[in-house]
Design a protein around this ligand. Structure first.
Ligand code: UDP
Length: 238
């Protein structure tokens, strides 16, 4: 592969920057240490997070590719930078849950940590102005956010991703509680997994102690944020 260098900055989000490359079909994602929570109301930095999220997301996407899930991942370029396929993001956040936590517990008035017999899936409309409202698949189709067959593909991939990641984390003594996914369309319309899979986007608990090894330590001021990111990465590499 030709040496890929960063061109024009095309997008800067809360945790990542995206740069053009010489190849119109590829972009470079650069992971930052910045962290936000509660719709951007809480801001901070988690030292070293960008390096961990970059490497973890790449390990997990490589694993998922082997399991038959198409992803945007192409090649890790450095500690913080990864070459990915350029996609048009489907403006849906897909959340899969195995155990009650977070907004699920709050909304339905159940304690955190209750395992489900079957995983759940929910969608929200990726729209900052509207604060990412929850919607169902009929709403998504009505709003032309995705076609019916694309939603079927997204659901199928999401449950498969859950099954594979749950299994993988279990071998490292970690419970995959819940996570958020984003998908994109390649120029030919094919749906691929995009964005990131990291402690920023997953709830990951030690299976024995239930210690939280994810962004909830930052959201909830639990302390030991940096150490938790280091520990979860170490666990994945064990
Ligand atoms: N999540 C995310 N980005 C969001 C909202 C949620 O990555 O904008 C992840 C979050 O880290 C958790 C899962 O999706 O692993 C479910 O989050 P939940 O709906 O419980 O919301 P929260 O309690 O985090 O507000």
């Amino acid at each position: 592969m030709a040496i890929m260098t960063k061109g024009k900055l095309i997008y800067e989000g809360k945790a990542k920057k995206v740069y053009e490359t010489d190849d119109n079909e590829l972009v470079i994602v650069s992971y930052k240490d910045d962290a936000t929570a509660f719709d951007g109301l809480k801001k901070g930095t988690i030292a070293g997070k960008g390096v961990i999220n970059n490497k973890m997301s790449n390990i997990l996407m490589t694993h998922l590719e082997k399991c038959g899930i198409p992803t945007h991942f192409v090649e890790e370029l450095s500690d913080r930078d990864t070459l990915v396929k350029r996609v048009k993001i489907v403006p849906l956040e897909v959340i899969v849950r195995n155990v009650s936590a977070g907004s699920f517990s709050k909304k339905y008035g159940v304690p955190e940590g209750i395992p489900f017999e079957e995983p759940t899936i929910e969608f929200s409309y990726k729209n900052d102005e509207l604060h990412d409202p929850l919607l169902n698949e009929y709403h998504a189709i009505a709003l032309k956010l995705a076609e019916k067959d694309e939603i079927e593909t997204i659901k199928e991939y999401s449950f498969k991703i859950n099954a594979e990641l749950k299994k993988l984390w279990k071998t490292h003594g970690i419970t995959l509680v819940d996570f958020k996914l984003e998908f994109g369309r390649l120029p030919d319309g094919k749906i691929v997994l995009a964005d990131e899979i990291s402690p920023d986007t997953c709830r990951l608990w030690d299976s024995k102690t239930s210690k939280k090894l994810d962004k909830d330590r930052f959201r909830r001021d639990l302390g030991g944020v940096e150490d938790a990111y280091i520990e979860i990465m170490k666990r994945l590499c064990e």
